[in-house]
Design a protein. Sequence first.
Length: 444
Amino acid sequence: IAFESLAERLQQTMQKIKGKGKVSEADVKEMAREVRLALLEADVNFKVVKQFVNRVKERAVGQEVMKSLTPGQQVIKVVNEELTALMGSEESKIETASKPPTVIMMVGLQGAGKTTTTAKLANYLRKKKNKTPMLVAADIYRPAAIDQLNTLGKQLDMPVYSEGTDVSPVDIVKRGVEKAKEEHHDTVILDTAGRLHVDENLMDELKEMKASVNPDEILLVVDAMTGQDAVNVSEQFNELLEISGVVLTKLDGDTRGGAALSIRAVTEKPIKFAGMGEKIDQLEPFHPERMASRILGMGDVLSLIEKAQTNVDEEKAKELEAKLRNADLTFDDFLEQIDQVKSMGPLEDLLGMLPGANKMKGMKNMQVDDSQIGKVEAIVRSMTKQEKVEPKIINASRKRRIAKGSGTTVQDVNKLLKQFEDMKKMMKQMTSQMGGKAGKRKGK
Ligand code: GDP
């Protein structure tokens, strides 16, 4: 599982600093040391590590003061932001030609996953971007690459242009692009010839292709499992061919994450897609921010809950997870949470850790004022067992009774009921947004 050990180590480090109300320079130093070791162990390029750690140290010591976060949380925020910046800040788009077809040239060494990725990308562009891609089989060196692409094309019901293996690949791509133009495909993806190593013949051939078809994108396919080799290959290809982006394959495998974390910094070219498995639909746009959050374990509902539940036994934590996922939270859970929240700082901070939570509807009503917690507690304790489980039944007369019992007003009760509904809605939104991933404990 990609990044697992890096994520674990960084999360441990962040856990130590998280609760701190005061972060000394010595704390930052210690944290920086641990981050450095974790990154080096994850096979991140040492120059990149050095730069990264220096930036984090600088920013963490001379931190911008933000009222809503504790110093410990601010340090984590800095690490998260720098980690995101390292991988490129935002998702990168595929360039499109002003005059179709858009020509995408896939390059890479044998075995990196170039042919597979060619088909995956075509499938992605058709499905998600409504494109009508045509594929061109020009990898004449790897035995069976052309058959493989033809098979994938059939599977996808997508045209594949090929001329066998006895023709120069430069001619194949040239005629392939012509054909795509004639047949009005808006996109043509070229599976170019790979080699076992970067060598002069390969580069000359690719340069010739580039000059002949003038591609809008040159995407280098590299295997994440090869770690620093992937970084070196990227550097070489970029120098000689000037690529436009990278596709990192096999991120589903047992990688340490070094390639993903170094490629952008070393080549200054974005990782545009990540291959997450052998299947045709296992290609995802690469989101630096999400990846950073995953690595730090932030923005993961489950890890958030795990943290909130440190004092509660495992069973209960599991129960709550399931409830949140199904959004059938009760007021009893709510009450239990209040105690946890009290020991963790304001609820807004917790929610702020979730990606996109700020932008979510209902967030405004969600802000639970700490001074109000006593009131909230009193209200919940005045509810009957059934009311706690099924707040829907709380009608006007029940509201009056609850208000009286808790020494509050009906408005207070209404406000809490509304907040509770909003929270449930938001939990539902968040967990469905995270899709299947919410069900897994470690960032996969
Ligand atoms: P090429 O020589 O670069 O064209 O490599 P292929 O496309 O034939 O891929 C080599 C092997 O890697 C094949 O067995 C693919 O199924 C596998 N592969 C490609 N991408 C991924 C990926 O993202 N994850 C996994 N697990 N395997 C992949």
